[in-house]
Design a protein around this ligand. Structure first.
Ligand SMILES: CC(C)=CCC/C(C)=C/CC/C(C)=C/CC/C(C)=C/[C@@H]1[C@@H](COP(=O)(O)OP(=O)(O)O)[C@]1(C)CC/C=C(\C)CC/C=C(\C)CCC=C(C)C
Length: 595
């Protein structure tokens, strides 16, 4: 009996597991737990017979004074623990690195491009075949090495054990394996592999485990690291990552195509996952994928806060939040650009779009043709993706009403002033906030209630929606406090005129010079109100369905952090707007998740 092998865990694998758990804990969801359990089970079950064979045939062995004693099928307890902890660590690293990845956009329909040489679709097929060829050859090589016996046996056994699984996973999920960001795949494979190569070198050097000389090739990657060990760790980590990628590929198919999979359990069974992976890529709805690609690109470009927050939502709720953002952004951009007349025209067109979308009898054809005929190409996908079958219509119409209020700035009802300022006092500002942001909150919450099991009583839902609407107003106050100068540049002043009077200012004076001590005092006053309203509403987040609480906190806190930055002196300004530095944003999200 000895503790050498146990010490390897205490020194090298357990501390990494603890560190990764600490970092990832706030992000951990039920689906992640399911993935971890699934992967660890498969890793242990598939490795035991193979490892047991290696030990029984003395291809490798453990000195009795290096292990504590208990064994399972001749495998020391420490070794079984190795399968668990390696899978756990590599899985957590992958989960961490792939958290921001929006998986639906990596799905590819291969229908049209399949037969056209040189197209991306045909290229992908070459990738698939190349991978299959390499893995099949590796299996063949493994069989040949085992048959020949002697020095190549251990390498042969590694290849024959790992490559069939890899071939299967590659064939099912090559689109994702090739397409996902390299930080998700290559880094997740190579970082733990390199680490385990170093650990293995130390263990072999100390004699904690021993590879018998008759069945190994005798080639070293570096002193003390046998080529078989290097290949073993590379292939096992590749197996774990391919398994996780295949899992995410299956989830993406299930989440992205409700027409193919209308009823989706929170944790899909392995059978359903396989069914999803076996769905021919030619059945993927290309327009849906293009719509989501467009939506997430817009979110990424236009809002750092909501983009970061979107990564903490999951599945169909995440997809719909991204779509909703894209719709709101496009509507806002259409109306903000151009003259009053053109803005009014856009509002009318958006209203007609809603009328048609919510008129179920004449829906699909009429909406599509209307959008194509009346909106610019860059805006169409955002409109056509909106899930009007379950989003309530009233908040969408109210949002348009809010946008209409913005136009009042550019109109001149009396004819005496160059511009008219409608925000006469804080009540009007609250009303404006309720229209442009309270409505957005209500829409977000309706999506939450649609996708997650939660409060069923209409009274509770109403109360939560009211709190959400308040929170929207708080965010709008932060938005206004941030954008005083940006808004002044387009002749808009959202600071209540009654507040300006108390500082001896007029809206025209703010437009002329949106800086100075008095403006700073007003900015802080806007923020005081924002944080007061936020304080009243934030408790309601904890009554939302469990899975929505942390992501909602992240969405709200990331935005409120802009307000906290504005409270400090010497904040960073980007493109004329105060901004939250990236690290600070990540920390805010992490803290919001940890609560
Ligand atoms: C995670 C994720 C993808 C969230 C998306 C949220 C979403 C749909 C946002 C829409 C944003 C948008 C473009 C709306 C148009 C009207 C508008 C401009 C509103 C202002 C947003 C600021 O966005 P941005 O800074 O990018 O805008 P400008 O550059 O100034 O044009 C708003 C400040 C409103 C945002 C309001 C919300 C997201 C609602 C927040 C409330 C909740 C999420 C509910 C909380 C729940 C409880 C129970 C309290």
């Amino acid at each position: 009996m000895g503790f050498d092998y146990a010490v390897v865990h205490l020194k090298y694998t357990i501390p990494v597991a603890i560190a990764l758990t600490f970092v990832y804990r706030p992000l951990l969801t039920r689906l992640d737990e399911y993935k971890i359990l699934f992967l660890v089970t498969i890793a242990v079950v598939s490795t035991i017979p193979w490892d047991s064979h290696l030990i029984r045939t003395r291809i490798w062995s453990y000195p009795l004074d290096a292990i504590v004693g208990p064994t399972l099928f001749a495998i020391p307890a420490e070794e079984i623990f190795f399968f668990v902890v390696q899978t756990y660590n590599t899985t957590l690293l992958y989960l961490l690195l792939s958290k921001p990845t929006f998986h639906p956009i990596y799905l590819r329909n291969e229908k049209h491009s399949a037969d056209v040489r040189g197209t991306p679709g045909a290229l992908r097929r070459y990738w698939k075949w190349a991978g299959q060829l390499i893995l099949s050859l590796s299996i063949g090589l493994g069989i040949a090495l085992i048959r020949r016996g002697g020095a190549g046996v251990y390498m042969g056994l590694i290849l024959v054990w790992a490559c069939p699984f890899l071939l299967l996973l590659w064939s099912l999920a090559y689109q994702f394996i090739v397409g996902l960001p390299k930080s998700n795949t290559v880094l997740s494979i190579f970082a733990p592999t390199l680490y385990l190569w170093i650990v293995d070198t130390l263990a072999l050097k100390r004699g904690t485990w021993v590879i018998e000389s008759g069945t190994k090739l005798g080639i070293h990657v570096w002193p003390h690291l046998e080529i078989e060990e290097a290949v073993f760790f590379l292939l096992t980590n590749t197996l774990i990552i391919f398994g996780l990628v295949a899992f995410d590929n299956a989830l993406a198919i299930l989440d992205t195509f409700p027409d193919l999979f209308p009823n989706l359990p929170a944790t899909p069974s392995p059978l359903l996952l396989v069914k999803a992976l076996l769905t021919p890529a030619s059945k993927y709805d290309e327009e849906r994928i293009a719509g989501l690609t467009d939506a997430v690109a817009r979110l990424r470009k236009k809002s750092r806060s909501f983009y970061l927050a979107s990564g903490t939502f999951e599945g169909r709720l995440r997809i719909d939040m991204v779509i909703l953002y894209s719709f709101c952004r496009v509507a806002d951009d259409l109306i903000d650009e151009g003259t009053v007349d053109s803005s009014r025209q856009w509002i009318n067109r958006l209203r007609t779009f809603l009328d048609r979308s919510y008129n179920y009898s004449e829906k699909s054809h009429s909406v599509r043709s209307y959008v194509v005929a009346n909106f610019p190409p860059w805006a169409r996908k955002a409109l056509l993706q909106l899930p009007t079958t379950y989003l309530p219509k009233q908040p969408l119409y109210d949002l348009l009403k809010g946008f209409e209020m913005d136009l009042i700035f550019s109109e001149n009802p009396s004819g005496n002033h160059p511009t008219y300022f409608p925000i006469v006092n804080a009540n009007v500002l609250d009303f404006y906030g309720a229209c442009v942001a309270g409505t957005v909150a209500e829409l977000c919450l309706e999506l939450v209630f649609h996708h997650l099991p939660g409060p069923t009583s209409p009274a509770t839902r109403r109360r939560l929606v009211d709190a959400g609407a308040k929170m929207g107003i708080a965010l709008q106050y932060v938005n206004i406090a941030r954008d005083i100068a940006v808004d002044a540049a387009i002749k808009r002043v959202y600071i209540p005129t009654s507040w300006l009077e108390q500082e001896d200012l007029t809206p025209e004076a703010v437009i002329k010079n949106p800086e100075g001590v008095r403006i700073e005092r007003l900015r802080q006053r806007l923020l005081d109100r924002a944080f007061a309203i936020y304080g009243e509403a934030r408790g309601a987040i904890e009554e939302l369905p469990v899975e929505a609480r942390a992501p909602m906190r992240v969405a709200v806190e990331s935005y409120m952090e802009i307000g906290r930055v504005l409270r400090q002196k010497g904040y960073q300004v980007k493109a004329g707007r105060p901004t939250v530095p990236k690290l600070r944003r990540v920390l805010v999200a992490w803290r919001a998740l940890s609560r």
